[in-house]
Design a binder for this molecule. Structure first.
Ligand SMILES: [Cu+2]
Length: 237
């Protein structure tokens, strides 16, 4: 069936809506960084959307100029190639790229420090990666043995110190914060926080061998009053 141009134009918005809906359904789920559940993850998700908006704006400006020079008679004919290169290659993108860079740097500072200021006392957790599992311990909670699931209280900053016993792994809970490498002989620190109780998926995000895809874990966030009990149950003999 051949559609006329007018018919195609009439159907395009509906198809675009369906496509956008299908695309956006991929933005949720246990491992979606675009479905944040804490301040650090929200900051990263916002940065992603701002970067997307900036890239769309630049794309539209470039395509707009292209269409204008192609279809509008005499458009830009008086500009020399040198002016096009300076205008289109430097003056057009640099302000937008500068704004995006400054915004990204500000978000980076917030992730390093600001995201951890709110909330009560910081809870420290050691996360040790090995092929192909994670082991979590709580240095501030005396006598707490390792737990296969990372239990955390909500509304508190969790300071995770990562390292590895073999190769480089990477600790990542997409809905709660950024990712950080776990390197043998080296300690890296990442801060995450959950806004509400629930289970959040975590993965190793650095390819580390044949078992990499299965190197997943879970974070269980509890209300403060239930946190100790949940941790105690997990470590009960
Ligand atoms: Cu790994």
């Amino acid at each position: 069936m051949t559609l006329s141009i007018r018919e195609r134009a009439r159907r395009f918005p509906a198809l675009a809506m369906i496509g956008a809906s299908l695309s956006l359904t991929g933005c949720t789920g246990d491992l979606s960084a675009l479905d944040p559940a804490g301040p650090a993850a929200s900051s990263i998700a916002t940065l992603w959307w701002v970067m997307l908006a900036g890239s769309i704006l630049l794309f539209c400006l470039v395509i707009g100029l292209f269409l204008a020079t192609t279809f509008v008679p005499q458009f830009g004919r008086r500009l020399s190639p040198r002016h096009w290169i300076i205008g289109g290659g430097l003056i057009l993108p640099i302000p937008i790229l500068c704004l995006l860079t400054f915004y990204a740097l500000a978000q980076g500072e917030y992730l390093l420090d600001g995201a951890s200021r709110k909330g009560g006392e910081v809870l420290r957790v050691n996360a040790v990666g090995r092929m192909w599992q994670w082991q979590f311990t709580y240095p501030d909670l005396a006598g707490t043995p390792s737990a296969p699931v990372l239990h955390i209280p909500v509304d508190r900053t969790i300071e995770i110190t990562t390292t590895s016993e073999d190769v480089i792994h990477s600790f990542w809970v997409p809905r709660l914060g950024g990712k950080i490498d776990a390197i043998p002989g080296h300690a890296n620190i990442l801060r995450i926080r959950a806004d509400s109780p629930g289970r959040y998926g975590g993965v190793c995000s650095e390819y580390c061998g044949t078992g990499h895809a299965g190197m997943r874990f879970e974070v269980e966030a509890h209300a403060e009053a239930e946190f100790q009990a949940a941790l105690g149950q997990e470590i009960a003999p």
